[in-house]
Design a protein around this ligand. Structure first.
Ligand code: LMR
Length: 333
């Protein structure tokens, strides 16, 4: 179905099929892969509300949640083709389109806290990363927050040895691949929409994600144990098709920029609470058993994953990692 949609969109673009009349609203399609009741889902809905309000209906925003239009890799292709106009993929998803630098955010324990993240994203590091998208026909508008990743599997995960030989679903990031290999596990790239079934049927043994993503996709129902590792971070770059954005009447673009700014503030404000509430809800559900690491276990996990940063340095450049850590205040998570 998605392939047909994409093919239709490509044909429409190639043959210049358009039925727009002057009074028709400009349609902005915003596709994403998570549930509506997540920081990103709520941010997208807030953007729709504000964009339509500020443009007095001249722009109509259609939000497609839960991979209902495109899955992870397809949505980036669709954006570049102009079949959708706006996305907010996680940093881990930019590698396959050739912008591997975003994977710096996937280095284990590199994001010490949300305050440091703000300094990184709003400072030169974040802005430099967004600029890297332009040659790909994409404009980076903002960073949206989700939260810290926890590990889950059908067996208790306390020490690095517990990961040995287990298959873990990962996002399409070479850094996350290296992270699981450092633990002796077998990483497997898979679209977000396929994870629940893969866990349920045993195609993979475990996964890592934020409490909000785990709860809204019901991963807790198909994973016996969740370990509170907070070893990594998931956040997003809010991006638009460059041709679409630059082709907008200037007044409309200004109004949409205002909507982006306010939706960003809103999404980043609710992200912590959304994750705390999702964690509490899963604890109440009692389907997955939560494990808290002792400080010795936490130290062992950090030690096992420490070499990942050196491996990443070869991929994204040591100076980017150094600049990131410096902007984050040198704090450790
Ligand atoms: C994932 O694929 O696990 C996440 O990136 C999904 C998302 O967009 O939060």
């Amino acid at each position: 179905m998605r392939k047909i949609l994409l093919a239709t969109a490509i044909c429409a673009l190639a043959f210049g099929v358009t039925s727009a009349k002057a009074e028709d609203p400009i349609v902005l399609k915003f596709s994403h892969v998570v549930a509506p009741n997540t920081p990103k889902g709520k941010g997208a809905d807030k953007f729709k509300e504000l964009a339509e309000k500020y443009t007095k209906g001249k722009v109509k925003v259609e939000v497609y949640p839960n991979s209902s239009l495109y899955k992870d890799k397809e949505e980036l292709e669709a954006l570049q083709l102009g079949a959708v106009q706006m996305l907010a993929p996680s940093m881990a998803k930019f590698g396959p389109m050739g912008v591997k630098e975003f994977e710096v955010y996937d280095i284990p324990y590199i994001v010490p806290n949300r305050a440091a993240l703000k300094a990184v994203n709003e400072g030169p590091v974040g802005q430099k990363l967004l600029k890297l998208l332009e040659p790909r026909g994409i404009i980076g508008l903002a960073f949206w927050d989700n939260g810290f990743k926890q590990m889950s599997a059908n067996k208790p995960l306390r020490k690095p040895e517990d990961y040995k030989g287990l298959k873990f679903r990962i996002q399409s990031s070479k850094v996350i691949d290296a992270q699981f290999r450092a633990l002796g596990a077998i990483p497997q790239v898979m679209a977000f929409s396929e994870v629940y079934q893969a866990l349920q049927t045993g195609v993979v043994d475990g996964q890592e994600n934020t409490p909000s993503n785990m709860y809204t996709q019901k991963f807790d129902e198909v994973q016996k144990y969740t370990t509170l590792t907070s070893h990594g971070y998931i956040g997003y770059a809010l991006i638009v098709n460059k041709k679409f954005w630059e082709g907008l009447p200037a007044g409309i673009r200004t109004q949409l920029t205002k909507a982006v700014k306010e939706a960003t503030e809103y999404s980043n404000e609710i992200s912590r609470k959304e994750n705390e509430e999702a964690l509490e809800a899963m604890q109440k559900n009692g389907k997955t058993q939560f494990i808290k690491l002792t400080s010795a276990e936490d130290a062992a996990m950090r030690k096992a994953m420490a070499p990942v940063a050196d491996e990443v340095a070869k991929r994204v450049g040591k100076s980017l990692i150094d600049d990131f850590r410096k902007a984050a205040g040198g704090a450790t998570h």
